[in-house]
Design a protein around this ligand. Structure first.
Ligand SMILES: [Mn+2]
Length: 444
């Protein structure tokens, strides 16, 4: 393929096609994802702005806390780190193209090796970014978002923007400055902040207020720099409750929205929600997506899943129709995710060692979302829940007392008088099972 110079890394795999008649064993085709098919007035690819993440898919080799890497990748076979970085990038663009996704996401350190000095690191990054630009031009693949890895290097062991040492804070700022600039250069539509080690392990050695003030200062500088370089993309913060620290400051959607409002940053940021982080925070899979969507703060989704039997961040491919349907219901309701998308922040299991597993994993998850989109489009068109939910809250629309409460005009004295006069409220069924049963009818 042209994108690889003279190398082809996935030689046994042809571009993935849509075939609704495919047999259950034919896993290298889409049975549901038909990118140009119009659903609710928009092509599927606009509802489902899929992105492949560079880090898990092209840097993950299956190592875990207990074991060595299990995955042998043909693009890692050269000896020089920059040659490997270029091979990896070519392999990635071959993968994106054959899979048929339109976007990718990256951390600065995934795509280019860190050097001995900032100058050397930036030179490496610039060289790889030039190749990425060329490959983007050849293939039409776009950058959904970029980010900086502020958690792997030992200098960040006590955090980056929340580090007690201002020198480390400055180093992190230098890294984000450059990462924002290269994301801008690659036409990134968003820029993500994930607070890898922004949190604490012990309150005994931590001034939490100082650290959060510093984090807000860091974000203010990012807003300033965005304006300075003319970057038009959306800034996003990705919540996570814990791991690796015991408490991450960006705990969940409501925590981040509260933080942004308190520090006056809420007009400049939205959220990138990863459902695996949502479930780690003790919430239902769809909770954070719905919570920030209802406040106009849902920017993008790292569409993955955890394992309810494990509880840590397993970053698995989303293969559960019910979960994807809940996300699609919210996405359809808010009219889409653009300029955000559905980024597969997912890794094949360390036991899934075939190169082909990378394709099967992405195709399976894309089909799951496409099927969920079809199902939830029907639910949306039928407006099944609209009237039911409206009816539950009707007393705030239909009665003078309810309207006064909703408008913020009521007082405790008035409501005290109302309650005395009208006595015990009538019992109203919440009908949870009815709502759940209806949802299942749409998953038929
Ligand atoms: Mn994760």
């Amino acid at each position: 393929m042209a994108t690889n110079g003279n190398k082809e890394f996935f030689s046994g795999i042809k571009p993935i096609k849509y075939n609704p008649q495919a047999s259950v064993d034919d896993l290298l085709v889409f049975k549901q994802y038909n990118q140009d098919e119009i659903i609710l007035g928009k092509p599927m690819h606009e509802w489902l702005r899929f992105a492949v993440c560079f880090w898990h898919t092209f840097r993950g080799l299956g190592a875990d806390m207990f074991g060595s890497p299990t995955l042998d990748r043909p693009w890692d076979h050269q000896s020089d780190p920059m040659t490997i970085a270029k091979d990896r990038l070519r392999a990635a663009f071959e993968f994106f193209t054959k899979l048929g996704v339109k976007y990718f996401t990256f951390h600065d350190r995934d795509i280019a090796p860190e050097g001995e000095t900032i100058e050397e690191t930036e030179k490496n990054l610039d060289e790889i970014v030039q190749l990425a630009k060329q490959l983007q031009k050849e293939t039409g693949i776009k950058c959904l978002w970029g980010t900086a890895n502020l958690f792997s290097h030992p200098r960040y062991m006590n955090g980056a923007a929340t580090n007690p040492d201002a020198h480390v804070f400055a180093y992190a700022a230098a890294q984000v400055k450059k990462a924002m600039e290269v994301t801008h250069e690659l036409g990134g539509e968003n820029y993500v902040f994930w607070g890898g080690r922004e949190g604490y392990i012990s309150l005994l050695n931590t001034d939490v207020r100082k650290e959060l003030d510093h984090l807000a200062a860091f974000f203010r500088m990012a807003i300033e720099h965005k304006k300075k370089i003319g970057f038009k993309g959306q800034l996003l913060i990705e919540p996570k409750p814990k791991e690796p620290t015991k408490h991450q400051y960006d705990y969940d959607a409501q925590t981040v929205m509260g933080f942004l409002s308190y520090y006056g940053l809420d007009k400049d940021f939205k959220l990138n929600i990863e459902p695996n982080h949502t479930t780690m925070a003790g919430h239902a899979y769809e909770h954070d997506v719905e919570m920030c969507s209802r406040y106009g703060m849902l920017g993008s989704i790292d569409s993955n899943t955890g394992d309810s039997s494990l509880g840590w961040d397993t970053d698995q491919f989303p293969m559960n129709l019910r979960d994807c349907a809940f996300l699609m219901r919210t996405i359809i309701t808010q009219g889409g995710l653009a300029p955000g998308g559905l980024n597969f922040d997912c890794k094949v299991r360390r036991e899934s060692t075939n190169l082909q597993d990378m394709f099967i994993a992405h195709i399976g998850a894309m089909d799951c979302f496409a099927l969920a989109l079809r199902k939830m489009a029907r639910l949306f068109e039928d407006k099944k829940y609209d009237a039911l939910v409206k009816q539950r809250y009707a007393s705030y629309d239909d009665t003078d007392m309810g309207k006064k409460i909703a408008n913020g005009k009521a007082t405790f004295e008035e409501l005290h008088a109302f309650a005395k006069k009208n006595g015990e409220p009538a019992k109203t069924s919440g009908e949870q099972e009815k709502y759940e049963a209806i949802f299942n009818r749409y998953l038929d």
